[in-house]
Ligand binder design. Structure first.
Ligand SMILES: Nc1ncnc2c1ncn2[C@@H]1O[C@H](COP(=O)(O)OP(=O)(O)OP(=O)(O)O)[C@@H](O)[C@H]1O
Ligand SMILES: Nc1nc2c(ncn2[C@@H]2O[C@H](COP(=O)(O)O)[C@@H](O)[C@H]2O)c(=O)[nH]1
Length: 206
């Protein structure tokens, strides 16, 4: 069976990754969403197993030590990571999966899975990014300042991604991501067809 695509949607905190993913869920119901594990406390309205698997630091370290994480990162004093089994099982069953993760983790996935599709979601400007993260109202000023200073470093790493998508308007950003996924499917099909052709040619020669 052909494997599914592993799509990594990354970018600075507050750029709109979660918002874009929740709109994409309706537009692309066939796409599977990876639920991350974290040691941060749940926000109001967040549910264990839906938004995140909420863990203590000890539980998270135990998951790391038994190799259960595809990637993980320490971000503003908390661990965040992607459970490995679910991702591997999904792509091996031919379905596409999307990971919504920060930049250190995305670059670790790229080392182990370079055939993934790496998309960096960009804010229209740093000013807009600050307005979005502040306007969300979920973080203290101290955490917002830490996330904003990390954002500037993260944007410098955009060159390691396959695509950059500006999240100026939610519908437009989703449309761009849908186009990328369609193009990546076509590219994979062409690659598989040319592989089959060369194998056929080699067996006819033998
Ligand atoms: N295109 C947009 N235009 C205006 N506001 C937006 C847009 N995209 C997202 N927002 C708003 O910006 C805020 C941050 O969005 P969101 O929580 O999705 O960001 P995030 O990248 O997932 O953040 P984090 O990485 O911290 O989880 C939210 O209040 C959301 O409603
Ligand atoms: N490396 C990983 N980063 C992740 C993962 N899940 C979420 N994240 C990112 O962490 C920050 C902070 O998230 P928040 O929910 O506290 O705002 C944000 O950039 C997320 O995308 C993960 O599994 N691995």
């Amino acid at each position: 069976m052909n494997k599914g695509l592993l799509i990594v949607l990354s970018g600075p905190s507050g750029v709109g990754k979660g918002t874009v993913c929740s709109v994409l869920r309706h537009k692309m119901p066939e796409l599977v969403y990876s639920v991350s594990a974290t040691t941060r406390s749940p926000r109001l309205g967040e549910t264990d197993g839906i938004n995140y698997f909420f863990k203590t630091r000890e539980q998270f370290q135990e998951l790391i030590s038994r190799g259960a994480m595809l990637e993980y990162a320490e971000y503003v004093n908390n661990y965040y990571g992607t459970p490995r089994d679910f991702v591997e099982h999904t792509i091996n069953s031919g379905k596409d999966i999307i990971l919504e993760i920060e930049v250190q983790g995305a670059l670790k996935v790229k080392e182990t899975f370079p055939q993934g599709v790496f998309i960096f979601l960009m804010p229209p400007s740093l000013e807009v990014l600050k307005q979005r993260i502040t306007g969300r109202g979920t973080e203290s000023q101290e955490i917002i300042d830490s996330r904003m200073s990390i954002a500037a470093e993260e944007i410098n790493l955009i060159r390691y991604y396959d695509y950059a998508v500006v999240n100026d308007e939610i519908e437009a950003a989703c449309h761009r991501i849908q186009s990328i996924v369609t193009a990546e499917h076509c590219r994979k099909e062409r690659y598989l067809a040319s592989l089959a052709e060369s194998m056929q040619a080699a067996s006819e020669k033998a």
